[in-house]
Design a protein around this ligand. Structure first.
Ligand SMILES: [Mg+2]
Length: 233
């Protein structure tokens, strides 16, 4: 089946880890948990660790065990000055411009946060759509249903989609559904190797290398190689 879509995760995928965005969101989550549940720093940290393990996100635990107002929670935790952490990235814009597929952002964060990040990186016009966690019924990417809903919104067939992510465990459901998976900048949330190996089709160091993977999958998308140039005269 021909590829039609390339779906990018947002945070720590479109920009390098350690830029400060996820750290700032983490601080907001911590602040919310401490204040709303009246916990010490250590209690909050331990609770979040358990929720991550058990539900995939802190929000999953807060929804299931505390029935939190999710809209209020999500806007609070994403209320960070994104533009203080991210700069316009012309190389990223160029790379995206060279990929001849329909480009979409799919994030476990909110649509609004997605738009803010794209604006800060100056790549908004490269994407036809941003899908956030509220658009997939608050499921997160550890669940198959989240991906099914995302694909339904796009009216996309999984075999026609490339999924680009920095988190191996978020690629499990994508791969199981039949998407082609690209891991960017592998890290410790499962890392490479062991049980996650089978869910990763390609691994690259930075998002700028994604185009090379696309070239390999659908053929070169930039300048045609010399041998294929039409002869003149
Ligand atoms: Mg990510």
């Amino acid at each position: 089946m021909a590829f039609e879509f390339i779906v990018f995760d947002l945070d720590d995928t479109l920009y390098p880890r350690g830029s400060g965005v996820m750290e700032a969101i983490g601080d907001q989550i911590q602040a919310w948990v401490r204040k709303e549940l009246d916990l010490s720093r250590q209690e909050a940290t331990e609770l979040r660790r358990r929720y991550l393990r058990q539900y995939g996100t802190t929000m999953g635990g807060l929804m299931t065990e505390h029935g939190v107002d999710v809209g209020r929670y999500l806007s609070f935790v994403h209320d960070i000055p994104v533009e203080e952490y991210l700069e316009p990235n012309p190389a990223l814009a160029r790379m995206l411009g060279q990929i001849p597929l329909r480009k979409v952002i799919y994030t476990n964060a909110t649509l609004e946060h997605g738009l803010r990040v794209l604006r800060a990186l100056r790549v908004t016009d490269q994407f036809e759509r941003v899908i956030g966690i509220q658009e997939v019924g608050l499921r997160n990417k550890v669940s198959r249903e989240a991906y099914e809903r995302m694909l339904a919104l796009l009216e996309a067939h999984p075999a026609g989609c490339i999924m680009v992510e920095d988190s191996p465990r978020n690629l499990r459901a994508a791969k199981a559904l039949g998407m082609t998976t690209v891991l960017v900048d592998a890290h410790e949330d499962g890392g490479l190797g062991g049980a996650d190996d089978h869910c990763i089709d390609f691994a690259v160091d930075t998002v700028l290398e994604v185009r090379l993977v696309v070239d390999e999958l659908i053929g070169p998308t930039g300048v045609a190689p010399m041998t294929e140039m039409p002869h003149t005269g």
